[in-house]
Design a protein around this ligand. Structure first.
Ligand SMILES: [Zn+2]
Length: 348
């Protein structure tokens, strides 16, 4: 398995969904064009009126959430080509506008056939569900604890890195569901080709992240080091449930604050238990150890020293200063939180 194959699967999935949406558009246009058999709103059965109102609400929610969803999906730009994403979100937008235009009328055919009624009900149910999700992402994308409620730390790597998981919602950050890792981030180094791997992405050494130096984000004391676990192959399957973090370093920097850096390269950790570190000190190298799909660096802060201890809480954190590209260009940011899709590079 390599990333190239995953990319083809993603692209295929996007194209199939787009095909379904375009089929719906054609179906709706053809239906709309045969205006002679259209019924007026007042003569529609009650259940259909309810469905149509729900459909209208869903279509509005989807249209509002669409730019956010399209932006979030741009996070897979390294593995899904632009045309596939544009086709999917473009056709969904066109279909929703069409639904709004058609909302007050319905084809005779639609009301007369049982199968069509079932089809309409299922279709509207899917749209309501989508509309709900899209609205949720539109509302919650930028929700993150204020600066005053966050730990302020230093960015741990050099060059340009991409935020794979980051943010204060489950939608943008899969760690969010675990109390201990609530605000964790997963980051990947980006190469000249604007991707996070070269060649086919089938080997860990194809990834720019692999063996990149990692620097202490805080001043503190190293309280735990694991350095002997092997790097996993690129499998895209959970591969090490016993040691999810792989090789990792824990730095205590305050009375009840412990910072974790995980999935490090085997045998390359540069600190030992008991060492004092100052932010910016080289402490290890990124790798692919533990439960990981491909090389990346994981960082989170807990209020307890043991990884994933039950009852431990993940503490929100922000970074002091870096150049961040969220929309458009790189901009100098201070006290920022990394959000999925951000490109981040430290200031020189
Ligand atoms: Zn992670």
């Amino acid at each position: 398995m390599n990333v190239e194959l995953l990319s083809n699967l993603y692209t295929g999935f996007y194209l199939i969904l787009s095909g379904l949406l375009i089929t719906m558009i054609i179906y709706r246009v053809v239906n709309c064009a045969t205006g002679s058999d259209r019924k007026k709103w007042s003569s529609l059965p009650k259940y259909l009126k309810v469905l149509k109102v729900l459909l209208g609400i869903s279509a509005i929610c989807i249209l509002i959430g669409l730019p956010f969803e399209a932006w979030i999906a741009s996070g897979v730009k390294m593995i899904t080509p632009f045309y596939a994403r544009a086709l999917l979100y473009g056709s969904l937008g066109v279909l929703m506008i069409l639904e709004l235009v058609k909302i007050t009328s319905v084809s005779e055919k639609t009301v007369s056939k049982n199968l069509r009624q079932i089809f309409m009900s299922v279709y509207i149910f899917i749209l309501i569900w989508q509309g709900f999700n899209f609205m949720k992402s539109a509302i919650s994308t930028y929700s993150y604890p204020d600066v005053a409620d966050c730990e302020l730390i230093h960015w741990p790597v050099k060059d340009t890195w991409f935020v794979g998981h980051g943010g204060g919602t489950e939608h943008l950050n899969y760690h969010f569901v675990a109390d201990q890792q609530r605000y964790a981030i997963d980051i990947l180094k980006i190469g000249e080709n604007e991707s996070y791997y070269e060649n086919q992405g089938g080997e860990i050494t194809d990834f720019y992240t692999f063996n990149e130096p990692v620097y202490a984000p805080v001043n503190g004391k190293v309280v735990k080091v694991v350095d002997s676990l092997p790097n996993a192959d690129i499998t895209f399957a959970p591969n090490n449930r016993e040691n999810p973090a792989g090789n990792y370093i824990v730095i205590q920097y305050d009375t009840n604050r412990w910072l974790f850096l995980a999935h490090l390269n085997k045998g390359k950790v540069r600190v030992e238990k008991g060492d004092r570190v100052i932010s910016g000190d080289l402490i290890g190298f990124a790798g692919n150890s533990g439960n990981t799909s491909w090389p990346h660096l994981h960082l989170h802060i807990q209020n307890q020293p043991k990884l994933n201890a039950s009852g431990a809480k993940g503490i929100p954190f922000r970074f002091k200063m870096a150049e961040v590209k969220r929309w458009g260009n790189f901009e100098r940011q201070s006290d920022f939180y990394p959000l999925r899709n951000d490109l981040i590079k430290p200031l020189r």
